[in-house]
Ligand binder design. Structure first.
Ligand SMILES: Nc1ncnc2c1ncn2[C@@H]1O[C@H](COP(=O)(O)OP(=O)(O)OP(=O)(O)O)[C@@H](O)[C@H]1O
Ligand SMILES: [Mg+2]
Length: 354
């Protein structure tokens, strides 16, 4: 296993700047997830780490050694793609052992590696089948088996679960996480699914437009998003944002909403009268007949375990999630309050956390 360092890594295609200078240190044994909207440069960065794309500027170091000029096959990296890229005419066994056989490794050792991978991935019963005779999840595991037998320094995954149905995705998520614990492998995993990122990562890297917005543990990012982008990207349903003005009268600090309601917040250094954006997670709203926030209901979604309410507060879209079942109809209103400590404040002009 190895650590990975990216120093001011840039990618240009002709005059087009795709990555604007990525700095990231992935520790040996760490599971890092790159997450961000489509087109933000996740796959490009992963392919550069794998050596499948050239580095326009900056340095990539794997295990402390500069890798920029090292060809992909010499990097001892294993990459699993969204399309599993299995050989359709070969059996599972031959697909998994393809690499070692091509490299003419010892047959006994290759067999041992195969058996170990098959037992970890529960593929023992399928070794003689061809990919066409397997389900999507089983094919996915064959692709992982092929990675494992390489004993790579670094595993790279590019959206490996996006072709699977919802249930299988959850199951494979758990399996990959368990695999990571078993091998203590260094993993860089790309997804645009923020639930995948939250549940699997030691640390999440949120990317946007070829830049890193924030790096941290899943809960650090969830609890203290550095800016509006990260705040809105992580969490489902998403955080809602409401405009307001800081009001410091007497000992209490609150936010005055455009309609005049005042929402108490924790003490802040933001000055009286400043325009701010309130950020509130859906699960932090509480039903409170005396609460200052008046939510007009648009849509109610009962999920069984929760009630998801979509509505608006003084023109801003708001989503609230309650553990209890709520009987309310579209057009009706709910009075809500929020624990002041749970309210996030952002600067509406820069988008940064205040
Ligand atoms: N060969 C290329 N030439 C020019 N532009 C490219 C090339 N390959 C990728 N791009 C552009 O680089 C940007 C980043 O692409 P990339 O595939 O890394 O995005 P991504 O974050 O993986 O998105 P997705 O979630 O859709 O897979 C995109 O705007 C894409 O159009
Ligand atoms: Mg991609």
């Amino acid at each position: 296993m190895a650590d990975l360092q990216l120093d001011n890594v840039k990618k240009r295609y002709g005059a087009l700047d795709i990555l604007h200078g990525i700095d990231l240190a992935v520790e040996d044994g760490e599971f890092v997830v790159l997450v961000g909207p489509s087109g933000c440069g996740k796959s490009t960065l992963l392919r550069m780490i794998a050596g499948l794309e050239t580095v326009s500027d900056g340095e990539i170091r794997i295990g402390g050694r500069r890798a920029n000029e090292v060809p992909p096959q010499k990097r001892n990296i294993s990459m699993v793609f969204q399309s599993y890229a299995l050989f359709p005419h070969m059996t599972v066994k031959d697909n998994i052992t393809f690499g070692p056989r091509i490299r003419r490794e010892n047959a006994q050792e290759t067999e041992e590696k195969l058996q170990r991978a098959a037992s970890i991935l529960n593929l023992g019963a399928y070794l003689d089948r061809r990919p066409g005779q397997l389900s999507g999840g089983q094919r996915q595991r064959v692709a992982m088996g092929r990675s494992i037998v390489r004993n790579p320094d670094l595993f790279l995954f590019d959206e490996p679960l996006s072709n699977l149905d919802a249930k299988l995705r959850v199951q494979m998520r758990t399996e990959i996480k368990a695999l990571h614990h078993k091998f203590e492998s260094t993993i860089v995993y790309v997804t645009h699914d923020q639930i995948e990122a939250m549940t699997m990562a030691d640390r999440i890297v949120v990317m946007n437009g070829g830049r890193i917005e924030q790096v941290g543990t899943p809960l650090e990012l969830y609890d203290r998003p550095a800016n509006l982008f990260v705040a809105g990207f992580l969490g489902s349903p998403a955080m809602s944002f409401i405009d307001g003005t800081v009001s410091k009268s007497g000992p209490a600090t609150s936010i005055r909403l455009p309609g005049g309601a005042t929402v108490p917040i924790a003490e802040t250094s933001v000055p009286d009268g400043a325009q701010v954006m309130l950020g509130i997670r859906p699960e932090h709203y509480q039903l409170d007949p005396a609460g200052p926030i008046r939510l007009t209901v648009d849509v109610i979604e009962p999920t069984g375990s929760e009630s998801h309410i979509y509505g608006h507060v003084e023109g801003s879209e708001v989503r609230a999630v309650f553990r209890e079942r709520i009987s309310v109809s579209p057009g009706e209103t709910l009075q809500l309050s929020v624990d002041p400590a749970k309210i996030h404040l952002f600067d509406p002009s820069t988008g940064m956390r205040l």
